[in-house]
Design a protein. Structure first.
Length: 68
């Protein structure tokens, strides 16, 4: 399960939090956790928006598809 992280200072999303261990994962193509996050969400892992609301699988797929 993952939750989007919103950077209040910069007013933008800046990564995700893996809820199982609290690890922060940046939106970085070279980061293996980032690649795993994308694969897991597309395979059905739960994704929450920055407010903690669970996204539908369609919303989660669209979001991940919009990432580099």
């Amino acid at each position: 399960m993952y939750k989007l992280k919103f950077n209040e200072l910069e007013q933008k999303l800046d990564g995700v939090k893996r809820l199982s261990d609290g690890a922060g994962i940046p939106f970085d193509l070279d980061n293996t956790d980032y690649q795993t996050f994308k694969k897991e969400v597309l395979a059905g892992a739960e994704l929450q928006d920055a407010d903690g609301n669970v996204m539908t699988q369609e919303q989660a797929n669209q979001f991940v598809g919009s990432l580099a």
